[in-house]
Design a binder for this molecule. Structure first.
Ligand code: C2E
Ligand code: CA
Ligand code: CA
Ligand code: CA
Length: 275
Protein backbone atom coordinates (compact mmCIF):
# COMPACT_ATOMS: atom_id res chain seq x y z
CA UNK A 1 0.00 0.00 0.00
CA UNK A 2 1.08 3.58 -0.60
CA UNK A 3 2.49 5.24 2.50
CA UNK A 4 1.34 8.75 1.54
CA UNK A 5 -2.23 7.62 1.96
CA UNK A 6 -3.74 8.60 5.27
CA UNK A 7 -7.21 8.31 6.62
CA UNK A 8 -9.96 7.08 4.37
CA UNK A 9 -7.82 6.78 1.24
CA UNK A 10 -5.95 3.90 2.82
CA UNK A 11 -9.16 2.17 3.67
CA UNK A 12 -10.49 2.55 0.16
CA UNK A 13 -7.44 1.24 -1.65
CA UNK A 14 -7.79 -2.47 -0.91
CA UNK A 15 -11.46 -2.32 -1.85
CA UNK A 16 -10.69 -0.77 -5.21
CA UNK A 17 -7.94 -3.30 -5.81
CA UNK A 18 -10.19 -6.21 -5.10
CA UNK A 19 -12.98 -4.79 -7.23
CA UNK A 20 -10.56 -4.44 -10.12
CA UNK A 21 -9.19 -7.92 -9.53
CA UNK A 22 -12.69 -9.31 -9.40
CA UNK A 23 -13.59 -7.54 -12.62
CA UNK A 24 -10.49 -8.86 -14.38
CA UNK A 25 -11.25 -12.35 -13.09
CA UNK A 26 -14.83 -12.09 -14.34
CA UNK A 27 -13.58 -11.00 -17.74
CA UNK A 28 -11.12 -13.92 -17.92
CA UNK A 29 -13.87 -16.30 -16.84
CA UNK A 30 -16.21 -14.85 -19.48
CA UNK A 31 -13.65 -15.53 -22.22
CA UNK A 32 -13.34 -19.10 -20.98
CA UNK A 33 -17.12 -19.38 -20.90
CA UNK A 34 -17.33 -18.33 -24.55
CA UNK A 35 -14.55 -20.70 -25.60
CA UNK A 36 -15.98 -23.63 -23.64
CA UNK A 37 -19.65 -23.03 -24.23
CA UNK A 38 -20.78 -22.45 -20.64
CA UNK A 39 -23.91 -20.49 -21.56
CA UNK A 40 -27.41 -21.81 -21.69
CA UNK A 41 -30.76 -20.38 -22.66
CA UNK A 42 -33.87 -20.44 -20.56
CA UNK A 43 -37.19 -19.72 -22.20
CA UNK A 44 -40.13 -17.73 -20.83
CA UNK A 45 -43.49 -18.04 -22.60
CA UNK A 46 -45.62 -15.16 -23.89
CA UNK A 47 -49.30 -16.02 -23.72
CA UNK A 48 -51.87 -14.88 -26.29
CA UNK A 49 -54.82 -13.85 -24.09
CA UNK A 50 -57.54 -14.51 -26.68
CA UNK A 51 -56.36 -17.97 -27.65
CA UNK A 52 -55.04 -18.88 -24.22
CA UNK A 53 -52.01 -20.23 -26.11
CA UNK A 54 -48.30 -19.52 -26.11
CA UNK A 55 -47.26 -17.57 -29.21
CA UNK A 56 -43.62 -16.91 -28.35
CA UNK A 57 -40.79 -17.79 -25.98
CA UNK A 58 -38.23 -15.17 -24.92
CA UNK A 59 -34.68 -16.52 -24.80
CA UNK A 60 -32.88 -15.45 -21.61
CA UNK A 61 -29.21 -16.27 -21.26
CA UNK A 62 -27.64 -17.83 -18.15
CA UNK A 63 -24.03 -18.70 -17.45
CA UNK A 64 -23.34 -22.14 -16.03
CA UNK A 65 -20.19 -21.13 -14.11
CA UNK A 66 -18.10 -24.12 -12.93
CA UNK A 67 -17.67 -22.62 -9.42
CA UNK A 68 -20.44 -20.04 -9.01
CA UNK A 69 -23.30 -22.10 -10.38
CA UNK A 70 -26.01 -20.54 -12.57
CA UNK A 71 -25.16 -16.85 -12.99
CA UNK A 72 -28.01 -14.50 -14.02
CA UNK A 73 -27.52 -12.05 -16.93
CA UNK A 74 -27.60 -9.05 -14.56
CA UNK A 75 -24.22 -10.23 -13.23
CA UNK A 76 -22.37 -10.34 -16.55
CA UNK A 77 -24.25 -8.66 -19.45
CA UNK A 78 -23.22 -5.17 -18.30
CA UNK A 79 -19.52 -6.05 -18.26
CA UNK A 80 -19.87 -7.94 -21.56
CA UNK A 81 -21.40 -4.83 -23.13
CA UNK A 82 -18.50 -2.70 -21.91
CA UNK A 83 -15.73 -4.99 -23.13
CA UNK A 84 -17.37 -6.12 -26.36
CA UNK A 85 -17.78 -9.77 -25.33
CA UNK A 86 -21.54 -9.30 -25.78
CA UNK A 87 -20.91 -9.68 -29.51
CA UNK A 88 -19.77 -13.34 -29.44
CA UNK A 89 -22.20 -14.09 -26.58
CA UNK A 90 -25.06 -12.48 -28.51
CA UNK A 91 -24.17 -14.41 -31.64
CA UNK A 92 -24.24 -17.67 -29.71
CA UNK A 93 -27.63 -16.71 -28.22
CA UNK A 94 -29.05 -15.91 -31.67
CA UNK A 95 -27.83 -19.14 -33.27
CA UNK A 96 -28.95 -21.32 -30.36
CA UNK A 97 -32.36 -19.65 -30.04
CA UNK A 98 -33.07 -20.06 -33.77
CA UNK A 99 -31.96 -23.70 -33.63
CA UNK A 100 -34.17 -24.43 -30.60
CA UNK A 101 -37.19 -22.63 -32.08
CA UNK A 102 -36.97 -24.60 -35.33
CA UNK A 103 -38.25 -27.62 -33.37
CA UNK A 104 -41.32 -25.79 -32.04
CA UNK A 105 -44.74 -25.50 -33.74
CA UNK A 106 -44.88 -23.03 -36.64
CA UNK A 107 -47.14 -20.62 -34.77
CA UNK A 108 -44.67 -20.26 -31.89
CA UNK A 109 -41.85 -17.74 -32.35
CA UNK A 110 -38.72 -16.92 -30.41
CA UNK A 111 -37.67 -13.54 -29.02
CA UNK A 112 -33.98 -12.65 -28.70
CA UNK A 113 -32.60 -9.69 -26.75
CA UNK A 114 -30.19 -7.62 -28.83
CA UNK A 115 -27.85 -5.26 -27.03
CA UNK A 116 -26.83 -1.81 -28.28
CA UNK A 117 -23.27 -2.98 -29.01
CA UNK A 118 -24.62 -5.65 -31.36
CA UNK A 119 -26.92 -3.25 -33.19
CA UNK A 120 -24.19 -0.72 -33.73
CA UNK A 121 -21.97 -3.21 -35.52
CA UNK A 122 -22.48 -3.44 -39.24
CA UNK A 123 -22.90 -7.20 -39.34
CA UNK A 124 -26.10 -7.80 -37.36
CA UNK A 125 -28.12 -8.40 -40.54
CA UNK A 126 -25.66 -10.96 -41.93
CA UNK A 127 -25.34 -12.65 -38.54
CA UNK A 128 -29.13 -12.87 -38.20
CA UNK A 129 -29.55 -14.27 -41.73
CA UNK A 130 -26.86 -16.88 -41.05
CA UNK A 131 -28.49 -17.94 -37.80
CA UNK A 132 -31.89 -18.25 -39.50
CA UNK A 133 -30.65 -20.25 -42.44
CA UNK A 134 -28.39 -22.52 -40.35
CA UNK A 135 -31.44 -23.33 -38.21
CA UNK A 136 -33.92 -23.47 -41.09
CA UNK A 137 -36.15 -21.02 -39.22
CA UNK A 138 -38.56 -18.74 -41.10
CA UNK A 139 -37.64 -15.08 -40.44
CA UNK A 140 -41.15 -14.17 -39.23
CA UNK A 141 -40.65 -16.58 -36.31
CA UNK A 142 -37.78 -14.47 -34.97
CA UNK A 143 -38.42 -11.34 -32.92
CA UNK A 144 -35.62 -9.05 -31.80
CA UNK A 145 -36.12 -7.14 -28.55
CA UNK A 146 -34.32 -3.84 -28.31
CA UNK A 147 -34.40 -1.12 -25.70
CA UNK A 148 -34.51 2.51 -26.67
CA UNK A 149 -31.02 3.11 -25.28
CA UNK A 150 -29.69 1.95 -28.62
CA UNK A 151 -31.82 4.38 -30.61
CA UNK A 152 -30.38 7.50 -29.03
CA UNK A 153 -27.07 7.49 -30.90
CA UNK A 154 -26.44 6.63 -34.56
CA UNK A 155 -30.11 7.02 -35.31
CA UNK A 156 -29.94 6.64 -39.06
CA UNK A 157 -27.60 3.61 -39.06
CA UNK A 158 -29.73 1.81 -36.53
CA UNK A 159 -32.87 2.70 -38.44
CA UNK A 160 -31.55 1.28 -41.70
CA UNK A 161 -30.44 -1.91 -39.92
CA UNK A 162 -33.90 -2.31 -38.39
CA UNK A 163 -35.55 -1.51 -41.73
CA UNK A 164 -33.50 -4.22 -43.45
CA UNK A 165 -34.34 -6.76 -40.77
CA UNK A 166 -38.02 -5.87 -41.13
CA UNK A 167 -37.77 -6.32 -44.89
CA UNK A 168 -36.37 -9.81 -44.26
CA UNK A 169 -39.50 -10.55 -42.22
CA UNK A 170 -37.88 -10.43 -38.78
CA UNK A 171 -40.06 -8.74 -36.16
CA UNK A 172 -38.88 -5.95 -33.88
CA UNK A 173 -40.12 -5.30 -30.34
CA UNK A 174 -39.46 -2.30 -28.13
CA UNK A 175 -38.43 -3.74 -24.77
CA UNK A 176 -38.97 -2.10 -21.36
CA UNK A 177 -41.34 0.48 -22.87
CA UNK A 178 -41.87 3.54 -20.72
CA UNK A 179 -38.57 3.46 -18.84
CA UNK A 180 -36.59 5.67 -21.21
CA UNK A 181 -36.80 9.28 -22.27
CA UNK A 182 -38.25 9.34 -25.76
CA UNK A 183 -40.15 6.12 -26.22
CA UNK A 184 -42.98 7.87 -28.01
CA UNK A 185 -40.96 9.52 -30.73
CA UNK A 186 -39.01 6.30 -31.34
CA UNK A 187 -42.24 4.41 -31.88
CA UNK A 188 -42.97 6.77 -34.74
CA UNK A 189 -39.58 6.69 -36.43
CA UNK A 190 -38.49 3.05 -36.04
CA UNK A 191 -40.22 -0.03 -37.47
CA UNK A 192 -41.56 -1.66 -34.31
CA UNK A 193 -44.10 -4.49 -34.50
CA UNK A 194 -44.55 -4.81 -30.76
CA UNK A 195 -44.39 -2.83 -27.52
CA UNK A 196 -43.42 -4.57 -24.29
CA UNK A 197 -44.69 -2.55 -21.33
CA UNK A 198 -42.03 -2.53 -18.63
CA UNK A 199 -42.81 -4.62 -15.61
CA UNK A 200 -42.48 -1.64 -13.25
CA UNK A 201 -45.88 -0.41 -14.52
CA UNK A 202 -47.44 -3.85 -14.12
CA UNK A 203 -46.07 -4.10 -10.56
CA UNK A 204 -47.99 -0.94 -9.61
CA UNK A 205 -51.13 -1.79 -11.54
CA UNK A 206 -53.20 -2.93 -8.59
CA UNK A 207 -54.18 -0.01 -6.40
CA UNK A 208 -52.42 2.91 -8.13
CA UNK A 209 -54.41 4.75 -10.75
CA UNK A 210 -51.33 6.36 -12.37
CA UNK A 211 -49.88 3.06 -13.48
CA UNK A 212 -53.29 1.97 -14.72
CA UNK A 213 -53.65 5.16 -16.78
CA UNK A 214 -50.25 4.65 -18.36
CA UNK A 215 -50.99 1.03 -19.17
CA UNK A 216 -54.39 1.95 -20.66
CA UNK A 217 -52.84 4.68 -22.78
CA UNK A 218 -50.04 2.38 -23.96
CA UNK A 219 -52.51 -0.33 -24.97
CA UNK A 220 -54.57 2.20 -26.93
CA UNK A 221 -51.44 3.58 -28.53
CA UNK A 222 -50.37 0.12 -29.68
CA UNK A 223 -53.81 -0.44 -31.21
CA UNK A 224 -53.75 2.86 -33.07
CA UNK A 225 -50.23 2.23 -34.36
CA UNK A 226 -51.10 -1.32 -35.42
CA UNK A 227 -48.59 -2.91 -33.07
CA UNK A 228 -49.05 -5.85 -30.76
CA UNK A 229 -48.50 -5.38 -27.06
CA UNK A 230 -47.05 -7.53 -24.30
CA UNK A 231 -47.29 -6.80 -20.58
CA UNK A 232 -44.12 -7.97 -18.82
CA UNK A 233 -43.80 -9.16 -15.25
CA UNK A 234 -47.38 -10.32 -14.70
CA UNK A 235 -47.25 -12.02 -11.32
CA UNK A 236 -50.86 -12.19 -10.13
CA UNK A 237 -54.40 -13.03 -11.12
CA UNK A 238 -55.48 -9.44 -10.30
CA UNK A 239 -52.94 -7.99 -12.71
CA UNK A 240 -54.00 -10.47 -15.35
CA UNK A 241 -57.68 -9.56 -14.90
CA UNK A 242 -56.99 -5.83 -15.27
CA UNK A 243 -54.82 -6.35 -18.34
CA UNK A 244 -57.43 -8.59 -19.89
CA UNK A 245 -60.20 -6.04 -19.25
CA UNK A 246 -58.06 -3.30 -20.83
CA UNK A 247 -57.51 -5.31 -23.99
CA UNK A 248 -53.89 -6.30 -23.56
CA UNK A 249 -53.25 -9.03 -26.14
CA UNK A 250 -50.21 -10.84 -24.75
CA UNK A 251 -48.85 -11.38 -21.25
CA UNK A 252 -45.56 -12.62 -19.86
CA UNK A 253 -44.54 -13.19 -16.26
CA UNK A 254 -44.17 -15.56 -13.36
CA UNK A 255 -47.97 -15.92 -13.19
CA UNK A 256 -47.79 -17.88 -16.46
CA UNK A 257 -44.31 -19.35 -16.01
CA UNK A 258 -40.80 -18.50 -14.93
CA UNK A 259 -38.12 -18.89 -17.59
CA UNK A 260 -37.51 -22.63 -17.98
CA UNK A 261 -34.73 -24.77 -19.49
CA UNK A 262 -35.28 -25.89 -23.08
CA UNK A 263 -36.24 -29.38 -21.89
CA UNK A 264 -39.36 -27.96 -20.20
CA UNK A 265 -40.64 -26.00 -23.21
CA UNK A 266 -42.46 -29.08 -24.51
CA UNK A 267 -44.56 -29.55 -21.39
CA UNK A 268 -45.51 -25.84 -21.34
CA UNK A 269 -46.66 -26.21 -24.97
CA UNK A 270 -48.60 -29.35 -24.09
CA UNK A 271 -50.31 -27.56 -21.22
CA UNK A 272 -51.20 -24.28 -22.95
CA UNK A 273 -51.37 -25.17 -26.65
CA UNK A 274 -52.73 -28.71 -26.47
CA UNK A 275 -51.01 -31.79 -27.84
P1 C2E B 1 -35.56 -8.33 -19.96
O1 C2E B 1 -35.25 -8.45 -21.41
O2 C2E B 1 -36.47 -7.22 -19.55
O3 C2E B 1 -36.11 -9.76 -19.53
C1 C2E B 1 -37.11 -9.96 -18.56
C2 C2E B 1 -36.51 -10.26 -17.21
O4 C2E B 1 -37.58 -10.21 -16.26
C3 C2E B 1 -35.91 -11.66 -17.10
O5 C2E B 1 -34.84 -11.60 -16.16
C4 C2E B 1 -37.06 -12.46 -16.52
O6 C2E B 1 -36.67 -13.62 -15.84
C5 C2E B 1 -37.66 -11.44 -15.57
N1 C2E B 1 -39.07 -11.71 -15.32
C6 C2E B 1 -39.96 -12.34 -16.11
N2 C2E B 1 -41.18 -12.40 -15.55
C7 C2E B 1 -41.07 -11.80 -14.35
C8 C2E B 1 -42.01 -11.54 -13.27
O7 C2E B 1 -43.18 -11.89 -13.33
N3 C2E B 1 -41.54 -10.87 -12.20
C9 C2E B 1 -40.23 -10.47 -12.11
N4 C2E B 1 -39.85 -9.84 -11.00
N5 C2E B 1 -39.32 -10.70 -13.10
C10 C2E B 1 -39.75 -11.34 -14.19
P2 C2E B 1 -33.42 -12.22 -16.49
O8 C2E B 1 -33.56 -13.51 -17.24
O9 C2E B 1 -32.63 -12.22 -15.24
O10 C2E B 1 -32.81 -11.17 -17.52
C11 C2E B 1 -32.53 -9.86 -17.10
C12 C2E B 1 -32.12 -9.00 -18.27
O11 C2E B 1 -30.89 -9.45 -18.84
C13 C2E B 1 -33.11 -9.02 -19.42
O12 C2E B 1 -34.18 -8.15 -19.12
C14 C2E B 1 -32.25 -8.53 -20.55
O13 C2E B 1 -32.14 -7.13 -20.53
C15 C2E B 1 -30.90 -9.14 -20.20
N6 C2E B 1 -30.69 -10.35 -21.01
C16 C2E B 1 -31.10 -11.61 -20.79
N7 C2E B 1 -30.70 -12.44 -21.77
C17 C2E B 1 -30.03 -11.66 -22.66
C18 C2E B 1 -29.37 -11.93 -23.91
O14 C2E B 1 -29.33 -13.05 -24.45
N8 C2E B 1 -28.76 -10.86 -24.53
C19 C2E B 1 -28.80 -9.61 -23.99
N9 C2E B 1 -28.19 -8.61 -24.68
N10 C2E B 1 -29.42 -9.33 -22.84
C20 C2E B 1 -30.02 -10.33 -22.17
CA1 CA C 1 -36.42 -8.66 -23.19
CA1 CA D 1 -38.16 -6.29 -20.72
CA1 CA E 1 -35.39 -5.12 -18.51
Amino acid sequence: AKDEGRGTFRFFEPGMDSRLTERRQLETDLRTAIAEGQFELHYQPLLDMKKGAINCFEALVRWRHPARGLVPPADFIGLAEENGLIVPIGEWVMRQACKDAADWPDDVSVAVNVSPAQLKRGDLIAMTMNALSAAGLAPHRLELEITEAVLISDESDVRSTLDSLTTLGVRIAMDDFGTGYSSLSYLRTFPFNKIKIDRSFIAELVGTSDALSIVQATIQLSQKLGMTITAEGVESEEQLAILSAEGCTTIQGYHISRPVPLAEVGSLLDFYNGA
